[in-house]
Design a protein around this ligand. Structure first.
Ligand code: BGC
Length: 425
């Protein structure tokens, strides 16, 4: 078993998102997606973990896990139920939730957009209407002005690459569009919005003299794509370019790379993040396939690797490889904004956590500046298309009673968070 000891500045945390845990909101795109029969087990995000009514109980769980930081997302549809109408109650709810974290010495990292949107936003055309960018900016401004005294650190978009791929290329997430042209347009709009928000969040916090060091980034879903054959290697590079590169480069440096449509308001090339946020789960072996419907590639499971319940290859070394790659490129601190496994019986999660963290520790020893690790997730929650059937929690959540029960890995993770170390002896 590997051992590791991380430095005192390294922060351990957990991550969640609003629609996946809160329950009770009918005004967002995912509620409608559930209602219209898109979820494999027919469950709905209407229930989720009822976290909206259990913030106290769930904060206690975080305290018991000894995390130093916690990543949440705000539900735009609750904060701005109709265009330009902001809900003071929802804002106050989030203020209370964040205050509770702070009272427990847990540093909040707050995401503005985690896949879900108000229904009205999509009815107006979503990211395909460039004036919609202004809606998002207006919402973000309201939030940062009113929560920015409590929150220094922000994630603008969670996994913009997953959002765009599933929502606009293959159409399995809302808004369910299948169009490469639209996907490219949306990518540019999101990069532009991110860059505007980066500057805006810094400006607002500075003008209002809010305390604490402002940090803004995004959380990009990064996989390792490996090819084993010549064609596989070339295909892996192409997939990497489309799925990672366009987003990572755009968000980090403002570059709008080929074949993205140029921006109507050109972005100045520069630096638009204070940290590189990476959600890492798995590696895919890529092979070329004569199949235009699948964009000329297929993924081949590695028969030598263990799998999660969802069939994802467990490949801890990948976390080392991506941290190295992006640190050498950008020389910015790296936050692992998500890493976790769907593992109902919890018989792979303990090793999963320990092995990923020991690769992070090795990366740090080799001069790669990884500063945070957020485990996905605190408890089983509404896992998008898989609904309630995927089990990503350190705590098991019984959705019928809302009882939370710690799995063995919760105890292991709590020890790791407390000691910033793991050792079998
Ligand atoms: C997302 C989470 C999701 C997790 C596990 C990430 O893609 O940000 O919302 O639950 O992975 O699939």
């Amino acid at each position: 078993m590997p051992k590791f000891k991380l430095n005192d500045q390294f922060l351990f945390g957990t991550a969640t998102s609003s629609v996946q845990i809160e329950g009770g909101d009918k005004n967002n795109t995912w509620y409608k997606w559930c209602e219209t029969g898109h979820i494999t087990d027919s469950s709905s995000c209407m229930a989720a973990c009822d976290h909206w009514n259990r913030v106290m109980e769930d904060t206690l769980i975080l305290k018991n896990l000894n995390v130093q930081t916690h990543r949440i997302s705000l539900e735009w549809s609750r904060i701005e139920p109709s265009p330009g109408q902001f809900s003071k109650e929802s804002l106050q709810h989030y203020r209370n939730e964040i205050q509770l974290l702070l009272d427990n010495q847990i540093k909040p990292l707050v995401t503005l957009h985690h896949f879900s949107e108000p229904l009205w936003f999509q009815e107006k055309g979503g990211w395909l209407k460039s004036e919609s960018v202004d809606y998002f900016i207006q919402y973000a401004r309201y939030v940062v002005e009113n929560l920015g005294d409590l929150v220094c650190e922000w994630v603008t978009f969670n996994e913009p690459n997953v959002y765009t791929w599933f929502g606009y290329v293959i159409g399995s997430f809302p808004p369910g569009i299948i169009s490469i042209i639209d996907a490219l347009q949306v990518t540019t709009e999101i990069i532009k919005t991110h860059a505007i928000l980066y500057t805006m969040i810094h400006r607002i916090r500075k003008e209002k003299n809010f305390l604490g060091k402002t940090a803004v980034g995004s959380a990009v879903h990064i996989r390792v794509f490996d090819g084993l054959t010549f064609a596989g290697k070339k295909t892996a590079q192409a997939v990497d370019y489309c799925f990672h590169e366009l987003f990572m480069e755009g968000i980090t440096t403002g570059k709008i790379k080929f074949p993205l449509p140029k921006n109507r308001y050109p972005l100045k090339k520069g630096r638009y993040v204070d940290f590189v946020g990476i959600n890492y789960y798995t590696r895919n072996i890529v092979e070329f396939a004569l199949d235009p419907k699948n964009f000329f590639h297929k993924f081949i499971p590695d028969k030598d690797l263990n799998k999660s319940d969802l069939g994802w290859d467990i490949y801890p070394e990948g976390i080392y490889r991506i941290c190295k790659k992006y640190y050498e490129r950008y020389h910015l601190p790296i936050y692992i904004t998500e890493n976790g496994i769907s593992d109902r019986y919890d018989n792979r999660r303990p090793d999963f956590i320990i092995n990923h963290l020991s690769f992070i520790s090795e990366a740090i020893e080799n001069g790669i500046k990884v500063e945070r690790y957020y485990h996905w997730s605190v408890m089983d929650n509404f896992e998008w298309l898989e609904g309630e059937s995927a089990k990503f929690g350190l705590y098991e959540c019984d959705f019928s009673t809302q009882k939370r029960t710690p799995r063995h890995s919760a105890q292991i993770y709590a020890e790791i968070c407390k000691n910033k170390a793991y050792s079998t002896v």
